[in-house]
Design a protein around this ligand. Structure first.
Ligand SMILES: Nc1ncnc2c1ncn2[C@@H]1O[C@H](COP(=O)(O)OP(=O)(O)O)[C@@H](O)[C@H]1O
Ligand SMILES: [Mg+2]
Length: 579
């Protein structure tokens, strides 16, 4: 049960509701127990005295008890389910709150789609268990104790039989329960696998269909479903064994009681009703076994959630964060970097680079040189393996992550749009910005002209994949988003694919406008972009191999000359035109 303990922390805020449920529980359990006594009364007084009046009043008491039981059950059910729903909602929130601040490498080791499935399926199981099984378990535990006390009062001899046989009934429960828990864990694991496979193929449905991969995907999916089913069957088998074993043991114990008690009844030491009440209690105790299995199942499902909840970010916030000292400055000192998932490959080696506030630096180099990684390090998505990256004159590790990232805006190579309007997507850069600022950002990104032409202007809905927008237009929206918070440092990973001529010109113009107003570090693939830079840095195989202006590099660096001719998409004419 130790696995459920962390989940208990989430119950603590709702002690009032738990108390309500507990009170109702005591009422319903007492009533149920007294139903046992009612049965005794009915048998001993109603039938044996042969008086219809006594029979009628016995039934009257019985009906009153049942009504009380119904009321108590209503209250108990309501509050226990309420707590179950609330607690699983809180756990969902807590897990998400933890994950959303997690270092990006975490999601390279842990499939986001798998985690997504956890947040829904595991918490749902937990909610069911807390919402129903726990309440039944508590009721049965309470009745077990109450029933036992009543047994002792009414018939110590029979009660002793219960006490002695209890461990025999309980030991298989514990044994099978442990197996149920283990299997529950792998059952949820395979379920998450099913969810993540479906999520991935449906998200990329065009690729799936373009390559006529439906049949293969279906087969792969069917395999996963079958594995999940097989694990579930193993878990169910354990539970079936558990239920059956407990039933046999319980009934065997009851048989012994009937034998011993029956002799007492024959000898006149006990009444028949007392024995009947007794058997009633014994059944209740037996029913507790099912619940135990449920609890074990919840414990298994909670394990992974608790792991997620206690995962630590590899990018710890500084204990005493410092304030920016030189806004706009960026410096790499002796930086080397290896991805945590690929520690054998040195992606960046001995990087020395510093950008003055307001400087524009273009980064060029072949694909795989480490350019995008360099931008990731500035944003502290990873910490360098060696050396320091400093932003605004302070080691990035000493800035609060929020402070750091407020200094910086980022335009990724493949712009990401979210479901919503154009305006929503731009406002993503600063939730507090009013419409005027959003419009200004769109203008600054030279995006207003095409946005105005959209059916509903900035209020036009764009899907997650930016339906109806060209790559260049999406890029311009991404730039508007980046410019909205008026960043000190702009990082831009230029699109490698050719953009439409209008977009390309617009983006070039934006960079020209921004020059000097903020520090710009841009991964460049085009001569037209390079032309704006104060300085060009050539990166190859994770090392800086040359630095300088376009002219000096053309003269002095063979690699750069090759790039200028081959790698960079040549727009020499436009450069000459001063664009
Ligand atoms: N998340 C990652 N995990 C492991 N290796 C990576 C990751 N991202 C990039 N790499 C590797 O790091 C190297 C540099 O990648 P990248 O910075 O994207 O290069 P560029 O942007 O210059 O094309 C490549 O060899 C690439 O395979
Ligand atoms: Mg790249």
């Amino acid at each position: 049960m130790s696995n459920l303990r962390p989940a208990l922390r989430f119950v603590r805020p709702y002690l009032a509701q738990v108390a309500m449920a507990g009170a109702a529980l005591v009422v319903t359990a007492s009533v149920t127990l007294s139903v046992g006594q009612g049965v005794r009364l009915l048998i001993d007084e109603g039938f044996t005295t042969g008086s219809p009046d006594v029979l009628l009043s016995s039934i009257g008491v019985f009906v009153a008890l049942v009504l009380l039981l119904a009321a108590g059950t209503f209250v108990r059910f309501y509050y226990v389910s309420w707590v179950g729903e609330r607690v699983s909602a809180d756990i969902r929130l807590a897990v998400y709150a933890r994950l959303v601040r997690m270092h990006p490498a975490f999601f390279e080791e842990n499939q986001p789609t798998e985690i997504q499935s956890r947040i829904t399926t595991d918490t749902t199981l937990l909610q069911t268990v807390i919402g129903s099984s726990v309440s039944i378990a508590l009721r049965n535990a309470f009745m077990f104790v109450g029933g036992l006390l009543l047994l002792f009062v009414t018939n110590p001899r029979l009660a002793t039989i219960v006490i002695v046989s209890a461990p025999i009934v309980i030991s298989p429960i514990v044994l099978f329960g442990r197996r149920v828990r283990r299997l529950s864990r792998s059952s949820q694991d395979t379920l998450a696998d099913v969810g993540s496979h479906a999520g991935e193929s449906l998200r990329h449905i065009k690729i799936v269909q373009a390559f006529s991969h439906e049949r293969l995907d279906l087969a792969a999916f069917a395999d996963r479903v079958d594995v999940a089913f097989a694990v579930a069957v193993r878990r169910i088998r354990q539970r079936a064994w558990l239920v059956a074993t407990v039933m046999v043991l319980t009934l065997a114990a009851i048989a012994v009681m009937l034998w011993v008690g029956g002799q007492d009844v024959i000898a006149g030491r006990t009444s028949a009703g007392e024995l009947a009440a007794f058997i009633f209690y014994a059944f209740i105790v037996g029913a507790a076994s099912e619940v135990w299995a449920e609890l074990q199942r919840a414990a298994g499902a909670t394990e992974r959630l608790m792991e997620l909840l206690h995962a630590n970010s590899a990018l710890p916030e500084p204990a005493r964060p410092r304030q920016p000292r030189r806004p706009g400055a960026v410096a790499f000192r002796g930086v080397s970097f290896r991805y945590p998932t690929r520690p054998d490959v040195a992606v960046l080696t001995d990087i020395e680079l510093s950008l003055r506030p307001g400087e524009t630096v273009a980064l060029v180099g072949p694909s795989g040189a480490g350019k995008s990684t360099l931008l990731d390090l500035v944003q502290r998505f990873y910490d360098p393996t060696e050396g320091t990256v400093s932003v605004a004159g302070v080691d990035a590790r000493d800035l609060a992550l929020e402070t750091l990232r407020r200094e910086i805006a980022f335009v990724p190579q493949h712009p990401v749009l979210f479901a919503g309007t154009v305006r929503d997507n731009v406002r993503y850069g600063d939730a507090d910005a009013d419409d005027a600022r959003v419009t200004a950002a769109l203008r600054a990104a030279h995006a207003m002209e095409f946005v105005d032409a959209l059916a509903e202007g900035p209020d036009t809905i764009v899907g997650e994949d930016g339906q109806g927008l060209s790559g260049g237009q999406r890029q311009r929206l991404a730039i508007a988003r980046a410019l909205l918070p008026d960043p000190r440092i702009l990082l831009m990973d230029e699109a490698t694919s050719a953009l439409d001529a209008r977009s390309e010109q617009a983006i070039r113009q934006t960079i020209a406008d921004l020059k000097g107003r903020c520090t710009i570090l841009i991964v460049a693939h085009r001569l037209s972009t390079v032309a704006h830079a104060d300085r060009i840095v050539v990166l190859a195989d994770g090392r800086i191999v040359a630095e300088g202006t376009h002219e000096t590099l053309l003269r002095e660096n063979g690699l750069y000359r090759d790039f200028a001719e081959i790698q960079l998409v040549d727009h020499a004419g436009e450069v000459a035109a001063g664009g």
